[in-house]
Design a protein around this ligand. Sequence first.
Ligand SMILES: *[C@@H]1O[C@H](CO)[C@@H](O)[C@H](O)[C@H]1NC(C)=O
Ligand SMILES: *[C@@H]1O[C@H](CO)[C@@H](O)[C@H](O)[C@H]1NC(C)=O
Ligand SMILES: *[C@@H]1O[C@H](CO)[C@@H](O)[C@H](O)[C@H]1NC(C)=O
Ligand SMILES: *[C@@H]1O[C@H](CO)[C@@H](O)[C@H](O)[C@H]1NC(C)=O
Length: 443
Amino acid sequence: MPRGISILVSSLMILYSVCGYDLENGGKIWALLVAGSNDYYNYRHQADVCHAYQILHKNGIPDENIIVMMYDDIAYNEENPTKGIIINQPNGSDVYGGVLKDYTGQFVNSTNFLKVLTGDARGMKGIGSGRVIKSGPNDHVFVNFVDHGAPGLLAFPSDELYADDLIKALKQMADKKQFAQLVFYVEACESGSMFDSLLPDDLNIFAVTAADPNESSYACYYDSTRQTYLGDVFSVMWMQDSEKENLLRETLHHQFAIVRTETNTSHVEEYGDLDVGSMHVSDFLGFHTSRNSISFTANLPSVADSVPSHHVPVAILERKLEATVDPKEKHEIKFQLHRVLKYRRHMENVVTKVLMLATGNDESKVQELKVNRYKLRLENFRCYKKLVTAFSEKCFKLSDNPHAFRQLYILANVCGHRKVGTRSIMNAITKVCSAHPRLHGII
Ligand SMILES: *[C@@H]1O[C@H](CO)[C@@H](O)[C@H](O)[C@H]1NC(C)=O
Ligand SMILES: *[C@@H]1O[C@H](CO)[C@@H](O)[C@H](O)[C@H]1NC(C)=O
Ligand SMILES: *[C@@H]1O[C@H](CO)[C@@H](O)[C@H](O)[C@H]1NC(C)=O
Ligand SMILES: *[C@@H]1O[C@H](CO)[C@@H](O)[C@H](O)[C@H]1NC(C)=O
């Protein structure tokens, strides 16, 4: 870079480090990092979020301004061969040490997430650390959510966050001037559906999602020692980029363009106020001085082993089967694999039965609901929540069944297109699913 600019950049950095972490406008950066899943096969979600924490921490954002929500059942999970250590890339270093534990276990839920985000300190009193985002009109807020998703919703360990409630909370924050700008990075299947046609473009909010409204996001980096996937493609890409670029110069939009190109398994999308994209990444993630002017070329392994998120439980069993030579173990894994696949087919059959019953055996209507992907509008969410809740309570509990999330687009179609009455579907769900004993814990 030209000498003049270089001097300017270095003096800016000194200014930054002298002031702690104050932005040019006098505001501060606040961050909310959330992993919405639990269980060892979802290792990667908490690994992503721990890694995000390490990046922000290294970039000088004080812990007082970062809030972490994660179940925290991975580091000391009985299946984890390296107790107390979580990694996010092959042969990577530990990302767990030092991570904040504001909200863990059952405190990681959608109600608490919205309260923390909107600064409802009174509502969080006595829960976890009780800390909330206390941002004001000059502050920048960065939110990173990583987990399973479906049309119009993001999963939490035992409940769901719906897009209408999220949008309402964001609008309310904008009204109350709780941020100058807010940036939201989401890793989840169908994550685009949280914002597409729902997030207004005049709220100073910029959202980037791992996938478009109707596709899967992808897991990557299978680790044969840990027997699980270590990361998710979009998360790996934005964090890798954040670790090698000069964030004082890279704009959010530039990062989006790079990550969109490098994530070749799904369509990374941007939503909201795209003008915010011209701000620098350092305005939301901070920056790391020692990285200034080094041309850092990371030699990360390729993500060629990536699989759609919902396929992970099956892919893990397949990898285990490949790896073992013990005939008894092989037999056991084959049995589990068979059971999971059978259960998934059973689930799809149940959904078909529900649709057939609700449409009076109208196969073309059923087909229409299965092959299309209609958009959910804000006014469809009442219907959608009702159907999803009934499906989860009476048929397949969502939190135990990642594959069940893959069926929800059909319920979204029912509500978004009104080809079949809500009442008929509700009745059909009750009837069909009470005839099938509910199975627990089979993914
Ligand atoms: C991890 O490290 C081991 C030993 O140092 C090496 O053999 C292996 O190739 C590395 N794996 C990756 C993916 O870098
Ligand atoms: C979330 O956790 C809080 C505190 O334990 C609890 O009061 C609330 O009902 C929970 N919400 C959901 C949706 O589970
Ligand atoms: C994505 O890119 C990697 C190389 O970076 C390649 O190995 C992989 O096959 C590509 N995947 C798809 C779906 O194109
Ligand atoms: C999925 O969404 C994209 C963008 O919203 C759209 O172009 C595409 O047609 C959709 N696919 C299906 C199968 O509906």
